[in-house]
Design a protein around this ligand. Structure first.
Ligand SMILES: Cc1ncc(COP(=O)(O)O)c(C=O)c1O
Length: 383
């Protein structure tokens, strides 16, 4: 069937999977649960042999994600950590990584408590300083992995400058783009080799799915990661692939609303007497604001703020009525967390204190509810 090629990102998202099933004309792509596939003859294949190696529902999702990101190959995993783990499996004993220090605690945990056992080491660096990243590079450094905005302090790293640095030192350049999504930030345009997502967050967007994504800029690295995924098996089940496809269709709308709400909430929190510091790149006083305006088309739905005492932080969480006190982020429902105890609990205490991840710091994933209701809940919880 001849179709007008959708050209904008937003249209491509809405049209994901449409036209895949020409036999029935289904608008929603079918879920293919089959674990295995009948071969027409010896040495012949329909293109699908065994579902760990390839599945039609997953294929539509993976191809769609690669296209949306502007990359060569997309792979979807059973979680963001499965995606990150598969990336780390690419390296060998003796290799070294430079990793942003303001990053998800689970990424730190898998490197620090599992991969060091296999001889892969990492240095955690303030990637908002390109000079600090350069001085952390060693002879055996193979890659730079960063999150920008950082997690939970929302620091902004210079994607372009770091891309040049990676080229200069021949490093693989990997960006965990979970906080902003491809709608707001496009790491390949700054030279990234790999874009990573916890699709549990904005891509899934409804707090009802756990998934991860890797998208590579070139086919060769994509093939290597596919080999690792197919060998170790952390694939996303077909039903979850379908759920993620469905969620992606509304990503643009959701992200617009997350950004708008977060800006309103940040402005409101900024003037609250009990809030001693606020971290949101959309605020003009945020140190990464200008850089953020240059390299992203919006500031996202994540913000953190500090209150005067640990007791105030705990009471605020207890009093929340609309916003849920829960880990995770990026869903339509607003969630608040205490990073020092939850998402970043596995980072050693001294390191957390150095970074400023103390028990007075709260992280808010601003959902798409009415902003007045979110603010009213914060008001009564902080009162
Ligand atoms: C930025 C970031 N990357 C990766 C992950 C891990 O993803 P998942 O929880 O889907 O395994 C998380 C989880 O919170 C995250 O926030």
């Amino acid at each position: 069937m001849n179709r007008v090629k959708p050209c904008t990102l937003e249209t491509s998202l809405v049209q994901l999977g449409v036209g895949f099933d020409d036999r029935t004309g289904a608008i929603s792509i079918p879920i293919h649960p089959s674990a295995t596939y009948r071969h027409p003859g010896v040495g012949e294949s329909t293109g699908y042999d065994y579902t760990r190696s390839g599945n039609p529902t997953r294929q539509v999702l993976e191809e769609g994600l690669a296209k949306l990101e502007g990359g060569a190959r997309g792979l979807v995993f059973s979680s963001g950590m499965a995606a990150l783990t598969t990336f780390f499996l690419h390296f060998s004993h003796g290799d070294h990584l430079v990793v942003s220090e303001d990053l998800y605690g689970g990424t730190y945990r898998v490197l620090d408590q599992i991969f060091t056992g296999f001889g892969l080491t990492a240095s955690y660096v303030d990637t908002t300083s390109t000079a600090k990243v350069e001085s952390a590079i060693r002879e055996n450094t193979k890659a730079l992995l960063l999150e920008t905005p950082g997690n939970p302090l929302l620091g902004i790293s210079d994607l372009e400058a770091l891309g040049k640095l990676c080229r200069k030192h021949n490093l693989l350049y990997a960006v965990d783009n979970t906080f902003l999504s491809p709608i707001l930030q496009r790491p390949f345009e700054f030279g990234a080799d790999l874009v990573i997502y916890s699709a549990t967050k904005y891509l899934g967007g409804h707090n009802d799915l756990c998934a991860g994504v890797l998208v590579t800029r070139n086919e060769e690295f994509g093939e290597r990661l596919y080999f690792l995924q197919n060998s170790t098996g952390a694939i996303l089940p077909p039903i979850d692939c379908w759920l993620l496809l469905r969620s992606l269709k509304t990503l643009t709308l959701r992200i617009e609303r997350h950004c708008r709400n977060a800006m309103l909430v940040a402005d409101w929190l900024k003037q609250h007497p009990k809030v001693t510091a606020i971290y949101y790149p959309g605020l003009a006083e945020h140190p990464g604001h200008e850089l953020s305006c240059r390299q992203a088309s919006g500031f996202g739905g994540m913000l953190s703020f500090r209150v005067a005492t640990a007791e105030t932080a705990r009471t605020t969480l207890k009093r929340l009525q609309l916003i849920s006190f829960a880990e995770s982020l990026g869903g339509v429902e607003s969630l608040m967390t205490l990073p020092a105890v939850q998402t970043h609990g596995d980072i050693p205490e001294a390191e957390r204190q150095r970074l400023g991840i103390c028990e007075r710091l709260l992280r808010l994933s601003v959902g798409i509810e009415s902003p007045e209701d979110i603010i009213a809940d914060l008001e009564q919880a902080l009162a």
